[in-house]
Design a protein around this ligand. Structure first.
Ligand code: KMH
Ligand code: ZN
Length: 285
């Protein structure tokens, strides 16, 4: 199967100019990073809203910024757009998160992250120690995505969350095949190693598609493991800002190119956006 490379280009909630001078801030910089990443082999881009002043996580309603990203990207390049459900949590109660996620389903993207459980924070974060994703929240948000025709990327941080994925199918909230992202954050979640990954793969049916992301120096080794085991990969500044020890990636495209080159050596063809849509069962928007 061709390899889907997702580029998580924006730096997400944790990574900004503090971690690397190359993290994009403005809409134009984010779009430029998307264009470079697609050119290098990414067929999916994962987006968080960033504050254009400093590249930090956007503190208000993230949806207007995300809408600008989606519009500008659609005007310039064909790529599968995967928008985070994150953002807008700090200082707001869960009812507001809920409304923001519902509204976020109308931005014109094909995919969205759906975090499959509550987990202690794996890095310092202004919302405190817990990344709260209760089962009722997950079920509601899955329903919003299903009703909007958006395919969730089920973010699984630990093995118990795989059971929650199965429960969504059993309760007929989601239809198979699901697409899983094994988010191997270490510390409070999966250790980024092959044993944890192969155990997890034993828990999902072969019809589901899956991808791996891991943080920092674990990113490329775990992408290698995923490629060998027949999965897909995610790279980018959200997870890692270094191309190799002591050397910043100057663009997300450097990281995309690195895994695309390894895929070539492994004789794993790199999917273009239309192949990625076929693999993931998506319609072109
Ligand atoms: N930042 C990653 C560790 C999301 O955006 O909802 C997980 C992630 C989830 O990408
Ligand atoms: Zn994310």
């Amino acid at each position: 199967m061709s390899l889907i490379i997702t580029a998580a280009v924006t730096g997400g909630e944790y990574v900004s100019r503090v971690e690397s001078p190359y993290v994009p801030r403005t809409v134009d910089e984010v779009v430029e990073e998307v264009l470079r990443s697609v050119e290098a082999g990414a067929s999916v881009v994962h987006l968080h809203a960033k504050n254009p002043e400093n590249g930090e996580a956007y503190s208000g309603d993230p949806n207007p910024v995300l809408r600008e990203y989606v519009k500008a990207i659609r005007e310039k390049v064909d790529v599968v757009i995967n928008v985070t459900t994150g953002g807008g949590r700090v200082g707001n109660p869960p009812e507001v998160w809920d409304r923001l996620v519902k509204e976020k389903c109308g931005l014109g993207q094909e995919m969205m992250s759906l975090n499959m459980g509550t987990i202690n924070r794996w890095a310092e974060h202004p919302t405190g120690e817990v990344f709260l994703n209760t089962v009722p929240m997950i079920e509601r948000w899955a329903g919003y995505m299903r009703d909007a025709g958006i395919k969730p990327e089920h973010e699984v941080y630990d093995t118990g969350m795989i059971n929650t994925c199965h429960a969504l199918v059993q309760k007929k909230i989601m239809r198979e095949p699901l697409h899983i992202q094994f988010v191997m954050v270490g510390r409070t979640g999966f250790l980024p190693n092959i044993k944890a990954l192969t155990y997890s793969l034993d828990q999902i049916p072969p019809t589901w598609t899956w991808s791996v992301c891991a943080l920092g120096r674990n990113e490329i080794p775990m992408c290698n493991a995923a490629m060998l085991l027949g999965g897909h990969v995610r790279v980018g500044f959200e997870d890692n800002v270094f191309l190799r020890k002591g050397e910043y990636a100057k663009s997300n495209a450097d990281l995309v190119r690195k895994v695309a080159n390894i895929a070539k050596e492994l004789e794993r063809p790199v999917a273009d956006p239309s192949e990625a849509r076929k693999i993931l069962g998506l319609k072109k928007p």
